[in-house]
Design a protein around this ligand. Structure first.
Ligand code: ATP
Ligand code: MG
Length: 410
């Protein structure tokens, strides 16, 4: 893409109400615009990041036999009344039509996934089933804040699984947890698996995936010497300085964290509400065991900015950077030719073809945060200067060397 044609420009001024880095940097670098508190437009650069993140999540969900669907956001009130959510879920947005019919905006999709699956489950042979979608969610959050970390409208991947027995479910639950850890690892994040209560969903233990960051709202206690971690907001058994109950080598430290995902054993709450039954191996009618698995895609994008930046701007991990390289031309030269060659080689490139000085171009490049910066100018003498966003080191490479490095990158 030609940077001269990218319609949102970078901004020098910080947005007035930005209380967090992700908000400030994403707006200044031209990834998002706030429409109102908790509601954002994703601009071309931001949408590329969101789509790449979604794709990584999608691939891992497909590997655990998830089948992708797209369920609606606008729901009839009846399904929410059937599960009790209409009166009990405080963040549920409720709307009335002009003919006085009542609707809800999806804050999650158990209410559509369960009746959907009911239609196909007759016998144990029809199980297991796992469906997921990547869809916008709406929540009447009292305090939408921290940029895209807490929205009133946000993108979530939510998967719903149905198994014939607790034993089968438990195996799948473990696989799903592994898939989550793989996703966060690919994104360069360390997500601590945190035990929490099942919240409004069930009496059972659920697991949250927490990334340590001051911008997060969860209060956790974690151990530096092993993976132990608890959410102190609802598990009051431990306090700061206690010996780690798992490895017993270290003491528990407090931290703020952002919950990027969670998995719940829903038991039979929803399948009972919608009367989802199947004929089991003994020929008897039974209820399946249901699980739900949420991952906040837009929140994760924000968390990545909180974790990967410096005083000059964002430093995207390669896996979700809007472009692989930022090609910058200084003066008149071979920039256009190199850009076209990259496009032909399927290298994702943002080409700064603007008539601006080196200073301004470098400032913008650092702010936008594409992992590799390439400069062509009279000074590079027929070669291309390569600089990783995260490092100060520069190297002069030939065009062929640059292309082979970029096409060999994973
Ligand atoms: P939180 O405790 O942060 O409110 P939650 O327990 O309500 O999260 P879930 O209902 O389980 O979250 O939603 C699944 C995932 O969706 C969360 O792990 C989080 O990553 C993301 N998420 C939840 N609420 C929001 C929000 N308001 N804005 C952005 N992402 C969100
Ligand atoms: Mg919540």
């Amino acid at each position: 893409m030609l940077q001269s044609q990218l319609f949102p420009k970078t901004r020098k001024d910080a947005p007035k109400d930005a209380d967090t880095l992700n908000h400030r940097l994403l707006v200044q670098a031209g990834y998002v615009r706030q429409v109102m508190s908790g509601v954002y437009t994703y601009l071309p650069l931001g949408l590329r990041v969101l789509n790449k993140l979604s794709q990584i999540v999608r691939e891992e969900m497909n590997k655990i036999d998830g089948q992708e669907v797209l369920m609606p956001v606008l729901h009839p009130s009846t399904i929410w009344k059937q599960t009790g959510g209409w009166d009990n879920v405080d963040v549920l947005f409720k709307i009335k039509s002009r003919t006085d019919k009542e609707y809800a905006l999806a804050q999650s999709n158990e209410e559509t996934a369960t009746p959907l699956v009911k239609e196909v489950i007759h016998s144990y042979k029809d199980l297991p089933v796992a469906v997921y979608h990547i869809q916008w969610k709406f929540r009447d959050e009292l305090r939408a804040k921290s940029g895209i970390l807490r929205g009133r409208e946000f993108l979530m991947k939510d998967l719903y699984s149905f198994h014939e027995s607790q034993e089968d479910f438990d195996k799948y639950y473990a696989r799903a947890k592994e898939a989550y850890l793989k996703i966060f690892k690919k994104l360069g994040l360390v997500a601590k698996v945190t035990e929490a209560s099942g919240g409004s969903f069930s009496e059972k233990i659920s697991y949250e995936f927490e990334v340590l960051t001051d911008a997060g709202e969860a209060n956790i206690l974690y151990c530096d010497s092993c993976d132990y971690c608890v959410n102190v907001d609802d598990i009051k058994t431990y306090s700061e300085g206690d010996t780690c109950p798992l490895c017993k080598k270290d003491t528990l430290k407090p931290s703020k964290a952002a919950e990027v995902g969670n998995v719940f054993d829903l038991g039979q709450k929803y399948v009972k509400a919608f009367d989802v039954t199947f004929i089991d191996r003994d020929g008897k009618k039974a209820f399946p065991i249901m699980g739900c698995y949420g991952l906040g895609i837009s929140r994760t994008m924000g968390v990545i900015v909180e974790k990967f930046h410096d005083e000059r701007g964002i430093i995207w991990p390669k896996a979700i950077a809007p472009f692989q390289v930022h090609l910058i031309e200084l003066g008149e030269g071979r920039g256009k030719e190199i850009y076209e060659r990259f496009v032909n080689e399927n290298i994702e490139v943002l080409y700064d073809d603007r008539d601006l000085g080196a200073g301004q171009k470098f400032v913008d490049s650092d702010l936008i945060g594409i992992p590799v910066r390439l400069v062509v100018s009279q000074k590079t003498d027929g070669k291309i200067e390569w600089k990783d966003r995260a490092s100060e080191k520069t190297e002069l490479l030939t065009e062929a060397e640059v292309i082979s490095r970029l096409t060999l990158q994973d």
